[in-house]
Ligand binder design. Sequence first.
Ligand code: FE2
Length: 398
Amino acid sequence: MTTLSPSPSSATSTDPLQLIDVDHVRFYVGNAKQAAFFYASAFGFEVAQIADLTTGSRDRAMYLLTQGNIRIILESSLTKDGPAARESAQYGDGVKDLALTVFDAEKTWKQAVKNGGVSAYEPKTWSDATGSVTFAGIQTYGRAQHTFVSRTGAYALPALKNGGMFMPGFKKVEHFGLNDYNRKNPCGLKYVDHAVGNVEEGKMNYWVKWYEEVLGFAMFKHFDDKDIGTEYSALMSKVMASGNHLIKMPINEPAAGKKKSQIQEYLDWHDNTAGVQHLALRTDDELTSITELRRRGVDFLSIPDTYYESVWKRVNAMLTQHGHTIVKEDHARVKDLGILVDADDEGYLLQLFTKPLQDRPTLFFEIICRRGSQSFGKGNFKALFECLEMEQEHRGNL
Ligand code: FE2
């Protein structure tokens, strides 16, 4: 049997667990069939594969959505006691699992447990004549977990990226009209740039240490409430990155302010439990992606006109100071599309945040394009927080 797994040389020696990729992000939702329509219609995902009653899955329905190198599994329960049913009642729809592709899921899971991680579930392998998939899970903050995934044969990651099967038990979706439409009208989303967690007040450093010790991550950037705070609310944030910088996981905790922090608002509506706040999806062309997403009706945070009175001076001065060319995107179009811009010593980035993707003010997406900058839009935090607070006020949660 030909094994299509990437060769170990693609991982670095500074990445002890040898993480290969974000395998998939699993959402627990109340109704996967309808959620699949939402993410396909609003964000241009292909509804690629399915496992449900028609494939012999008696307890859960799962939809694999793909776009570029992004794979989302939408899972809902078919019984009242299923994990997705229980958790979607408790937390609303949201991210359960940020799954990471590794060379040997069982070995990685054992190492993570040895490093102090708590097992979410033991290794489990599904196989058929064409190959195998092994999952093993560890718990991270709050309701979230990381599944380590190793793949062989027809299920190996390169094959999956080329339209191969996700795992035994799934079948391809043959007739879904939006798939054809989305191929003709791409949104241009490429991969998961970072995944941000909100943890309880006072717990950020605990989870920073956890990512260092259990997953061998290192601190990437550091912000404190002086950077991010507004008059009313604040947060603290530290960015953890895997050794090869493949995956970046900023961790936020609420900081005291005059009014309620947006992190605290998330926790209040997430059963006082930590979880994933946003997934940042990378595009090579922010303007084209945002134009298409807006045309499809995606609800983004509205950025006040006053933001654009100072942004070009701030950003272009920073770029010039460090010998970079100024922002090449048409400045007027950036403003018309309500896109945020930030720069650091390495370059600039364009970013924009959606409103919550479900009724509770919990999970949202960020659409990000990097032009050299490897940071997270620190200069936008203040502007962004003021916008978020206006939204919070509309919801009566400030
Ligand atoms: Fe972000």
